[in-house]
Design a binder for this molecule. Sequence first.
Ligand code: FMN
Length: 209
Amino acid sequence: MEAPRIEYDVDGLLEANLAADPVDQFTHWFDEAVQADLPEANMMTLATVDALGMPDARVVLLKEHGPDGFVFYTNYGSTKAEQLAAHPYATLVFHWEPLHRQVRILGAVEKVDPEQSDTYFASRPRGSQLAARASRQSIPVANRHVLRERYEEEDQRWAGADVPRPDDWGGYRLIPGRFEFWQGQVNRMHDRIRFTPGEGGWFYERLSP
Ligand SMILES: Cc1cc2nc3c(=O)[nH]c(=O)nc-3n(C[C@H](O)[C@H](O)[C@H](O)COP(=O)(O)O)c2cc1C
């Protein structure tokens, strides 16, 4: 069955309305996605490359963003972490429907300070904290029962106490080196604006759709 053709009959992305700083432009669109009640506006595809140059991608959640970069949290022993150790660069892709918007952000990636990871970990629900301790993300596990047992062990171990962040869990920050904002338009005449670093600030140009 063929997918329906969607006509993107919404306002365009015009240079006159563009923020000078792409982080501000992102924040503007992100806030609109949140206001539009999208189920998870902070959901993004994180693309990485492994040691042999093979691309990989998965969805993670954006937890913080600003002039310092774009932060997500994960396991430091996971496949993505191995890939980031081999090539500390990544791309983030957001796709917001029904706003017909896509944002791509490319950049270098570094681990956030342990204190920042501690603060975020402490803010998570206890169940998520226990799961982070119980799961060796991306490592094969015999069955779900084994995983459940590890979770119960952690639960008992930290009964009545704060669950500490495991050393192998924390944040990464992507420091943007390029942005692209895509706004779907009628007749596939989409708007694409790319920001790259220029002299004394960010420089933007319109790309053909
Ligand atoms: C909606 C959604 C949100 C997710 N958020 C995260 C996240 O914030 N951090 C994370 O490590 N994995 C998250 N995952 C799981 C990842 O997609 C992935 O399965 C996991 O991180 C292992 O990836 P890796 O083996 O490439 O390291 C999320 C998955 C989905 C579908």
